[in-house]
Ligand binder design. Structure first.
Ligand SMILES: C[S@@+](CC[C@H](N)C(=O)[O-])C[C@H]1O[C@@H](n2cnc3c(N)ncnc32)[C@H](O)[C@@H]1O
Length: 385
């Protein structure tokens, strides 16, 4: 993975001219020396590396949600608008690379993320020997068995070379990588930048998520539900309605962002309502069985609608969706608060939502294409025209 540097760039010329070596100078030179394969065997003895991570982070989220996660990072003051963030779109997830975040993502309550990875070493072009010592020190300090996964984007690094290089350098420092190890160290190279990270926090560790006890087949992953809630900007004064609430994932995430908001959930299936009750035991939620086309709710009651519309696969039939969506939107508008109403809807076919909205006094404010458990879907944000 490492690019060869000229003797001049490595400081060799200076060392020849000035043979007297102070400890400080020796340290400086050792740091300047590249850690590539050409220098193996020359390594000076060092004190054991302290496990001090870099202030860089890598964050994973569901495919399509990178920009929403970036907005949440800014909202949570983890990133300032001027802080750099690189986004990478992959098939199974999006990645956000934060070389120098202003805040600590692991300490913030970021609900739209899937996983937060702490960076042990970060840099550009070439890992220094000092960094490799630090990485080995950190891994050794945490656990003895690691699996190494390398990803490279751009032309600067090659994934296989990167993996071989790191495995060899770590082995020289007493750490043998093991494909079957339960813990993973990830090496990411994006253009000339490298991030070597270990997982720090996962989505299910977010506050409130352990209260979730009932799953249903079509339940939304909580981080996707959180992204929808975040896009709806819930506040304490809101009444949040999910007219097809299933197991209540969207309402739980809305409540996490806006603890004072009133929660209303309806579903046509008694089993779904029972699951939502189990998952929302800690909340004063109004839950019940109803057809979302004809809700038992007063006009103007809800200020925010969050809904994962039936895709027509597990529930209903795709051919019925145009009529169903029109009826659902009509009923949402009847129950819509006179001011500040908005709806955040997830559907497999966003055009059906747009067509239904076009017949009503609704404005399409935003679309976020995502993948949910491998299936393409789109989040649509609607306002009243
Ligand atoms: C995709 S699931 C919602 C999943 C939910 N967001 C969750 O995370 O558990 C769609 C739900 O719509 C409900 N449903 C389908 N047709 C409905 C209708 N006409 N009125 C109310 N609920 C309906 C189904 O029973 C199902 O629970």
């Amino acid at each position: 993975m490492a690019k060869h540097r000229s003797p001049k760039a490595r400081g060799v010329k200076r060392r020849v001219r000035r043979p007297s070596r102070t400890p400080a100078r020796e340290k400086r030179e050792a740091q300047a020396r590249p850690a590539g394969p050409g220098n193996r065997g020359e390594r000076p003895r060092r004190p054991p590396a302290a496990p001090v991570p870099d202030p860089a982070w890598v964050i994973r989220c569901a495919p399509g949600l990178a920009r929403t996660v970036r907005a949440e990072l800014r909202h949570a003051d983890v990133l300032r608008h001027t802080d750099r963030v690189d986004l990478l779109w992959q098939r199974n997830h999006d990645l956000l690379f934060l070389p120098a975040a202003s805040g600590d993502p692991a300490a913030a309550e970021l609900r739209t993320v899937e996983e937060i990875d702490r960076c042990i070493i970060y840099g550009r072009y070439k890992m220094s020997r000092d960094q490799l010592d630090r990485l080995a020190g950190h891994l050794r300090h945490t656990t003895a068995r690691w699996r190494l996964v390398a990803t490279a984007e751009g032309t600067h690094f090659n994934r296989h070379d990167l993996r071989r290089f790191l495995a060899r350098e770590l082995e020289q420092r007493g750490l043998r990588m093991d494909e079957r190890a339960p813990h993973t160290v990830f090496a990411f190279c994006v253009d000339a930048a490298y991030y070597v990270v270990v997982p720090e926090t996962a989505a299910d560790a977010m506050p409130g998520r352990s209260a979730r006890v009932a799953e249903r087949e079509a339940s939304l992953p909580p981080s996707v539900a959180a992204a929808m809630a975040f896009l709806g900007k819930p506040g304490a004064g809101d009444t949040v309605l999910d007219p097809v609430c299933g197991s209540g994932t969207l309402l739980a995430e809305a409540a996490a962002y806006a603890p004072g908001a009133a929660l209303v959930g309806r579903d046509i299936d008694a089993g779904a309502v029972a699951a939502a009750r189990d998952n929302l035991t800690g909340y004063d939620a109004d839950l019940g069985e109803a057809d979302a086309r004809e809700l038992d709710l007063a006009d103007g009651r809800a200020s925010l609608v969050l809904a994962n519309l039936p895709f027509g696969k597990q529930f209903g039939d795709v051919d019925d969706n145009p009529d169903l969506y029109r009826a659902l939107l009509t009923e949402m508008l009847r129950t819509a608060a006179p001011r500040g109403w908005r709806a955040v809807l997830l559907a497999a076919d966003p055009d059906l939502v747009a067509e239904a909205a076009a017949d009503l006094p609704l404005r399409l404010a935003k679309r976020v294409p995502i993948r949910v458990r491998g299936e393409a879907a789109t989040i649509t944000v609607l306002n009243r025209r």
